[in-house]
Ligand binder design. Structure first.
Ligand code: AMP
Ligand code: ZN
Length: 652
């Protein structure tokens, strides 16, 4: 048992390393899952044998009470700044006076948060924030959820290493999109997002955010002779190190590297805010030593912020599907970080008030995390007689009165029949992570809505080809295609439906967890809030939101309508019930059933973990046959597949 667990942990950690650090996995995701599940089973049965470096420590929610202070054994330093070539030259001259042959190493300055990791006998024991450099916070549990941070090293060493924990641009975009959909405030940039994430008390959230790391320093005494060697050794120990570094023997070469990186900065998958220049030789570093604030042997060149002045021409207020009204400024066009920007978010009413932004103002625009343009501040000197920004009191879509809850920065329209909200809800329902109805995007939704063909999501399933043909731009073929896409979506596994309903705080992950647990949407609707709150990965907020949503009469009716139109409400995704009697089996129903309705039989099979499909093939494990079963039964017999009847099914 113990050896199998050892073996599994070792294998799983190796594959994770291949995946995250080497970007070269030798195992498919599904094989990984299989081994992972085996480990979970063994650990559940023998919790006393759980290994400290088991990958299961990386997942699973724990709600922390708070973070304890942690006194760093080796303090973390900050860096002196440089903003120009001249400042770098001055730095170089100071060093070259004493060490004429000095070589520098130039590394990317990753825009995240400093972290310190301590390993004892090769196992991660402490992960901490920088704090003031001497005392930080112990965030070990959260750092274990950063998937590329090794829980154990390739050698049983006692070391403390330093680096940066950051949020890749892709994770940042995804996280903000999810927040937008849930009506939550978006993060301003990846660094804020990473910082906010590492301060989370719910570790499941940390695990879901896709943070990553680069390590670059050994704080405990090292045998390495140079910083370049440190990077190589850290990498060998299993850490992610950044490969974009160069050695430079003059400050001109340093500057060339800076220019080269500045040019490709926007293409990097993570944010950087500069280049760190360090003396490469560790013996020279030691001789140079520290000032009160920072090492004498390093300097951080900071890129000039990508900021431009622009004038606010007007402001659009738009209503999202949750009713949140968002202000967007229309600007005089400016070039920013490689693109032309003519619109920028003003976030929310509180932001406008706080920065006192007015129409006609000249403002500083910047790309928040180089992605979404935003307004940083007003250039006060250029203000003339602009009046305070008028804040709408009525919904721009339905004219009902807007609400500004005290505990919220957003302005909201709370009219459930607000056209803009309804259209956004329909669009969300059809979107990829939801019902994934190809061809049902913004403009078609708008046309259907305006033609009075679709008001709520159930109406989508009442559309006929003729209805669609009424819309401008549709021909037989295209109408039929959309119709087929709609029909096909009825068969989706129901977590897509649940997510598509757009329940506040219920994202696609939560939807999946709920359906895996309860099997179908109706059961989720009836589930007890306390029970939901206890489920790993869910919690109080989601439980409450579900209770409110399913408690409404409108929702109950909507569910009935969806069911009546033939939309599948059951979870049919991967092995729904892990320990069900029919887990992993593919089952076909055929013939006339006497005692059960077909949908009931299907539901029952699914609740036992089976996947129900329409036709018999070599992959079918079982056929449930009623009377007058025809070709499917014949085929099953021909293939030697087990055949049972409904009495047998009922007995399970
Ligand atoms: P600053 O916060 O401007 O004083 O810059 C110092 C910070 O830069 C350090 O605390 C690190 O968190 C961060 N940093 C990012 N990348 C590097 C790197 N390659 N080497 C050293 N520090 C880095
Ligand atoms: Zn409205």
């Amino acid at each position: 048992m113990k050896t199998r667990m050892n073996e599994l942990v070792e294998m799983l950690n190796r594959y994770a390393d291949e995946y995250y650090r080497l970007d070269n996995p030798s195992l498919s995701d599904s094989d990984y899952d299989k081994l992972y599940r085996e480990l979970v089973e063994l650990e559940t049965a023998h919790p006393e044998l759980i290994l400290p470096n088991s990958p299961t420590h990386r997942v699973g929610g724990k709600i922390l009470d708070g973070f304890e202070k942690y006194t760093h054994t080796y303090p973390l330093y900050s860096l002196q700044d440089a903003f120009s070539f001249e400042e770098l030259q001055a730095f170089d001259e100071r060093i070259r006076k004493e060490f004429p042959q000095v070589t520098y190493i130039c590394e990317l300055k990753i825009d995240g948060l400093s972290i310190s990791l301590t390993y004892e006998a090769g196992h991660l024991t402490i992960g901490a924030t920088r704090g003031d450099g001497s005392v930080g916070e112990n965030i070990t549990e959260n750092l274990k959820r950063v998937k590329d941070i090794p829980l154990s090293l390739t050698e049983p060493l006692n070391v403390t290493v330093r680096g940066e924990c950051y949020m890749p641009k892709a994770s940042f975009e995804r996280v903000n999109l999810e927040r937008q959909e849930k009506g939550e405030a978006e993060f301003a940039n990846p660094r804020n997002a990473a910082a906010g994430t590492l301060r989370q008390l719910d570790t499941a959230i940390v695990a879901s955010r896709g943070l990553a790391s680069f390590l670059y320093q050994e704080a405990s005494p090292t045998d390495a002779a140079s910083q370049a060697q440190v990077l190589v050794e850290l990498n060998k120990l299993g850490f992610c190190t950044n490969h974009d570094y160069v050695l430079a023997s003059s400050i001109v070469e340093v500057w060339e590297f800076i220019e080269q990186i500045a040019a490709k900065r926007n293409d990097l998958p993570y944010e950087i805010d500069g280049i760190v220049i360090k003396v490469n030789d560790l013996a020279i570093q030691e001789e140079l030593g520290f000032t009160v604030k920072a090492p004498r042997w390093a300097i951080a060149y900071k890129f000039p912020a990508e900021e431009k002045e622009a004038e606010i021409l007007s402001v659009d207020w738009t209503v999202g599907r949750t009713g949140v009204v968002t202000p967007t400024a229309n600007l005089t066009p400016v070039q920013l970080a490689g693109t032309t920007v003519s619109r920028a978010t003003l976030h929310n009413v509180d932001y406008i008030a706080e920065k006192d932004i007015r129409i006609g103002d000249t403002v500083i625009v910047y790309k928040a995390g180089d992605i979404i343009p935003a307004v940083l501040r007003v250039v006060e000197e250029k203000r003339e007689h602009q009046e305070k920004m008028p804040i709408p009191t009525q919904c721009p879509s339905c004219t009902s009165s807007l609400i500004h809850y005290e505990d919220e920065v957003a302005l909201r329209c709370i009219n459930p029949h607000c056209p803009s909200q309804m259209m956004n809800r329909l669009e969300h329902f059809a979107s990829r992570d939801a019902m994934n109805i190809a061809g049902l995007g913004t403009s078609i939704v708008e046309k259907l809505f305006q033609a009075n063909l679709v008001k709520d999501v159930a109406d989508i399933y009442r559309l006929s080809v003729e209805d669609i043909l009424q819309l401008e731009g549709f021909k037989e073929k295209s109408a039929d295609k959309l119709y087929q896409a709609i029909q096909a979506s009825k068969e989706n596994s129901a977590e897509k439906l649940l997510f598509g309903l757009g329940i506040r705080h219920v994202g696609n992950k939560a939807s999946k967890i709920l359906l895996e647990k309860f099997g179908n949407v109706e059961k989720v609707a009836k589930a007890n809030a306390e029970e939901i709150a206890q489920i790993e990965g869910l919690g109080q907020v989601i439980a409450k939101s579900l209770a409110t949503y399913f408690g409404s009469q409108d929702t109950q009716e909507l569910l009935l309508e969806l069911k009546a139109t033939g939309v599948n409400l059951a979870y049919t995704g991967q092995v729904a019930v892990e320990n069900g009697k029919l887990s992993g089996m593919t089952v076909v129903l055929t013939g006339k059933l006497e005692r059960l309705k077909r949908s009931e039989a299907k539901e029952k099979l699914e609740s036992l973990g089976a996947k129900v499909v329409g036709s018999v093939s070599k992959k079918t494990n079982l056929v449930i046959a009623g009377s007058d079963a025809g070709s499917k039964l014949a085929k099953a017999q021909e293939l030697g597949i087990e055949v049972k009847d409904e009495v047998w099914l009922e007995s399970l």
